[in-house]
Design a protein. Sequence first.
Length: 475
Amino acid sequence: MQCCGCTSAAVMGLFASQRVREERQAGEVRASFSGCASEPRRHTRRTTTLPGRGSSSRVSLASLLGGQLSFHTAFSRLSTTDDQDVEELAREAQELEELKSAELEKARDLRERFPAEAADPRVARWFEDNDILRYIRARQELDDAEALLRKAVSWRKDQEGAWNVPLTNGSFGSLYGKYSDNVDEAPDWWAFLHQYTHATIYGEDNFGAPITYVHFGAFDLQGCSREVGTERITQYMVYLNDYFIDCARDAYRENREDTDTQNKLDAVHGGIVILDMEGLAWRHKGDIGIFGAPGEVTKFLHPERQRRSFIVRAPRIFSICWRLISPMIDARAREKMRILSSGESLDPLIEEIGEALLPTCLGGSMADLPSRPSGLVPEGGFARFQQERARRLGQQHPGSPAQRPGTPAAEAVRSAAAVEGRAADESGPPMSAQLTEDIENLADQNGSIAALLSKCTRRQGAATLPLAATELLPA
């Protein structure tokens, strides 16, 4: 049978290729991954959530794609009952191919507007089909898509210099993977945020894209901003989202290798995002303003980042927060969100990812997500984190330079006293004015470090010596 230039064999081949993929995935060994795991590219596969046989629901695949859903989302929602009319399937498949062809033609037109950028190895990756289609689908008008993509490419180049970190295949995601593999290699600010940022990328959905779990109710963005600054929060979230985009790109390539030329699966763009609101309180109102900075960057840097989002365990106060935060979210992203209030069944989320990939805190089986401290970030927490980390790694605390050859003992002790003044609560009460005067007097006499600290011990007691000063004691 032939209809609209598309044979029934080709149509059924589309579904057959998906079934082959499901069977292959079901036979693989499940391996979980959390943001702190040593091998972040290993994901847990699951079986599909295609509608069951016998479903009476019929949804036009082409109409789904023409709306707000990507092809693989539309495909996953299309019922494949035995009694469906093959000619109707063929007609829908033809419509789908026409839409895909139109998108690819727009992608070619858009690519031609960036001849220099497409040839620049630092950012050329964003002009591959899988990634440039993000911008085609995010903006219906080609001029709008160009403006969005141009802003993203320019921003990435600028940040490469501003952050003094390299772009790898046009992305900062490799840094997230590297630091997740070995957090000891990460800079202090990243390691600190990784501890207090309740966002984890793990597993793998049916299309190869990882799942993102964010426990917003446990966040303290105001505390993180106070300790390391909002710019670092933005930088951390860019690393994390770029890492997701890199994983999606890898999944797209694997899909192309796994399927034949005629029935290749579509681009892999968005993934499942779980936003857990348990613990949301009035204190989080101040977090909304801080969320605006990374949220604004995500709009142009990571379009089509989510396939579907589930806001779960949302308390009453969430409705107020939602009115404030929803204008910061891209309109297309908002339309892909589903809110499940506290006490409401999580079945829609389970149907999407399965119980095996649902975190245990939500009643699922995925137990390998990292445990992070909840509640407020303590004041001075970053300074303490740096000092503890320096001691653990055998490094010198960046705020307490050890005495180097040729450095007067007085300067070393004054440096220690200065650090104590900035973080007096780290190891006890601040030094008294008299003790500080004694130190400076002895320093002017160019006394030895041991003599100076001995004087401090007699005056105030070893237990309350400046932490930075005790680090200068001879081994």
